[in-house]
Write a protein that binds this ligand. Structure first.
Ligand SMILES: Nc1nc2c(c(=O)[nH]1)N[C@H]1C(S)=C(S)[C@@H](COP(=O)(O)O)O[C@H]1N2
Ligand SMILES: [Mo]
Length: 300
């Protein structure tokens, strides 16, 4: 299938904002790792952030609807039919409704964003997403003044989802953001990777990507987006609030109760998987102002 969204931009095009933002965060990340001297001319952000291969990104997954093993989503998610996908927008919005996906996002400007991706389980990848800013979608549907948070919900298709059949957790999988986090220009709705439509195991046809938060915030295969005036329940913080908080910002100084978050295992790169230091906000310090005055150890 051809990548069907209009206005597709890639790194080959002039994409000042995304490239600039990535470059800035890469600089900060490298400075944090003490490697500033290797930056040299800083040609592009892509030079510094080497993406994982498509094969790696499509074969090592978490998508519990299709099973709890890392290989289960790639083995099982192909059975999900994403044609005729609809997304319901409701709550505190001017234009609520159930939309055919293309009617909702067909006019969005799709950009390439090469982001670090850090799972709470302490592994990481670098993924070249294609997507649009969630803010563009929220502005299109019209957020009403009382809204403070955004809630997201994943499809539930028991016929094809063995994890749903086996009730490995409560479904639908739900997630949420504060409205200011949702409106941040780094927050992406992804529809592709490497200029190809998302594979089902990566959350086709549309999934959230919040690069400064642990991966479980980046909810897949979204069927519902709700604007609300209270903090919405989220799947993992409901299952275990002590281990998984609502914010779940990547933070090397706040360990998971059962393991350190100070470093991460880099997926790929052969037999001797590299480890590297985990960066505050996963190397996106531009989001720090969102949390001024908040105790990040208490609000994990
Ligand atoms: N609906 C749904 N979304 C989900 C998950 C899930 O189990 N179900 N897993 C999360 C977790 S823990 C991670 S690390 C990422 C993994 O995304 P990837 O497989 O595309 O790398 O998806 C997140 N989104
Ligand atoms: Mo994760």
């Amino acid at each position: 299938m051809a990548h069907r969204w209009k206005n597709t931009l890639t790194s080959a095009d002039v994409t000042p904002k995304s490239i600039w933002m990535n470059r800035r965060s890469v600089l900060a990340g490298l400075a944090g790792a003490g490697a500033l001297s290797s930056v040299g001319g800083m040609a592009t952000a892509q030079d510094a952030l080497t993406p994982n291969t498509l094969e790696e990104i499509r074969s090592y997954n978490n998508f519990y609807e299709f099973g709890t093993g890392k290989g289960d989503p790639s083995a099982n998610a192909g059975a999900m039919d994403t044609s005729g996908w609809e997304v319901t927008i409701d709550g505190l919005v001017d234009n609520p409704g159930t939309y055919a996906l293309n009617d909702l996002i067909g006019d969005m400007t799709v950009e390439e964003r090469i982001y670090r991706f850090r799972c709470v389980e302490a592994w990481s990848m670098v993924v070249p997403w294609n997507g649009f800013e969630l803010a563009d979608l929220l502005n299109k549907v019209g957020v009403q003044s009382g809204a403070t948070h955004v809630a997201f919900e994943t499809a539930v298709m028991p016929e094809v989802m063995i994890g749903v059949q086996r009730r490995v957790m409560d479904f639908p999988y739900v997630e949420g953001l504060r409205l200011d986090e949702a409106m941040h220009p780094l927050t992406l709705m992804a529809t592709g990777i490497y200029d190809e439509p998302l594979a089902n195991q990566n959350g086709a046809p549309m999934r959230l990507v919040v690069p400064w938060k642990y991966g479980f915030k980046s909810i897949k295969s979204i069927v519902r987006i709700t604007l609300t005036d209270e903090q919405p329940p989220t799947s993992w913080s409901t299952i275990n609030p002590r281990e998984y908080g609502f914010y779940s910002n990547v933070n090397p100084q706040v360990d998971h109760p059962r393991w350190s978050q100070a470093s991460e295992r880099v997926i790929g790169g052969g037999l001797f998987a590299a480890r590297k230091d985990t960066l505050m906000f996963n190397g996106y310090p531009e989001v720090a102002s969102l949390y001024e005055g908040l105790d990040l150890a208490a609000n994990y």
